[in-house]
Design a protein around this ligand. Structure first.
Ligand code: NAP
Length: 337
């Protein structure tokens, strides 16, 4: 049995491009004691992969040159040499950009038990994106009914969930996204009260018009010029959830920008970073809550599905071009999702 896998062959300084990866084939080795063999069905593409590859400025050890690209995936166990796991179990975890993954059970994030919903959701609205949205918003943003929640990458996988959850919690929601099509999607599909195209002129004035009492919670997925326009418009007592830096093209050299301290001081505001992997003990509870909202039709999602492992090398660069509408995924096996 051959395993096709995506190898990191060189380390980019900015966003990884297709030429930083190569696809190679290698036989699936006999399974070691204590391991499980997962047939990957859907692979995830995360903006965070840029950080996982980088050798500075990130929260995890960089992917080694010559190794399989680190990635979340969902699939079914086809062989188990561990007593807690059986062939047929559907699982999501750190299985990498490859067709088959022989892993220790520590690589498994969770058993996927939502049999009534597409398995691919375990990578998006019922996975890293939804859990980030729910816990980042509620634990760090702590929104109160009636407050204004402003979200960047508002039409994306995390952002679209943040906007809808904030609405469920009784907030007024304003989204910032790139281009008229994503702005329309924010308003029509994800129920934002207002949406702003950051590529159009006058971002600061547009934020002011959409948030006349200021921004109570800013869910920041981009940093950069968007955040520069938001900080002067925070409301007194605002909370900033620093979740992503999608607009920063490269960390070498480290980018500089306007000072934000005066805005935080005068507005008695708080800005705090959030990393979803610090919240492993809350993951199951968060997924259960998100799944209930999906089943009830209160939480919509959009998937951006590419086909075949050949799509992997350019998939990350595409995210940073803004090509994706919704959660970017690579589908490997027929039938699912
Ligand atoms: N902290 C955590 O634990 C955690 C977990 C998951 C995700 N995240 C972060 O959450 C953010 C969104 O992730 P996602 O998976 O939901 O991706 P996504 O929003 O579905 O896709 C990424 C989006 O980033 C936007 N973008 C790219 N370059 C940009 C730029 N220069 N300026 C402004 N926007 C730009 C594009 O949207 P437009 O077309 O609208 O520009 C693109 O569609 C990312 O920053 C990611 O790293 C953080």
């Amino acid at each position: 049995m051959n395993n096709r896998r995506v190898i990191l062959v060189s380390r980019p300084t900015g966003v990884a491009q297709a030429e930083n990866f190569a696809i190679e084939a290698a036989p699936v080795e006999p399974l070691a004691d204590g391991a499980v063999l997962v047939r990957n069905e859907v692979l995830s593409v995360e903006p965070a992969m840029r950080g996982w590859i980088a050798d500075k400025g990130n929260y995890s050890a960089p992917v080694a040159i010559g190794s399989v690209m680190r990635a979340l995936a969902v699939g079914a166990i086809v062989e188990s040499r561990h007593p807690d796991w059986r062939a047929g179990d559907v699982v999501t975890g750190w299985f990498g950009w490859q067709e088959w993954a022989a892993v220790e059970p520590t690589a498994i994030l969770r058993r996927v038990t939502e049999a009534d919903l597409p398995r691919s959701l375990a990578l998006g609205v019922l996975g890293i994106n939804g859990v980030t949205a729910l816990l980042g918003l509620t634990e760090i943003g702590a929104p109160k009914p009636g407050e204004t929640v402003l979200v960047s990458t508002a039409a994306g996988a995390v952002g679209s969930a943040v906007g809808q959850i904030a609405k469920i919690l009784g907030c007024r929601t304003v989204g910032i996204a790139g281009g008229p099509a994503k702005v329309a999607q924010c308003l029509e599909k994800f129920g934002y009260d207002a949406a702003i195209d950051y590529r159009a002129a006058g971002l600061g004035e547009a934020i002011e018009a959409a948030c006349p009492r200021g921004v109570d919670v800013y869910f920041d997925n981009t940093s950069g010029a968007i955040s520069d326009a938001v900080y002067p418009r925070l409301a007194t007592g605002a909370r900033v959830v620093i979740c992503g830096t999608a607009s920063i093209g490269s960390w070498d050299p480290w980018p500089s920008g306007p000072r934000i301290e005066r805005h935080l001081l005068v507005k008695r505001a708080r800005a705090q970073g959030f990393i979803v992997f610090d919240w492993r003990d809350r993951w199951d509870e968060a997924v259960a809550r998100l799944a209930d909202w999906v089943r009830a039709g209160r939480l919509s999602y959009q998937e951006d599905i590419l086909d075949g492992i050949e799509a992997c090398p350019d998939a990350l660069a595409g995210l940073y071009r803004g090509d994706n509408f919704g959660k970017r995924l690579i589908r490997l096996a027929a039938g699912e999702p």
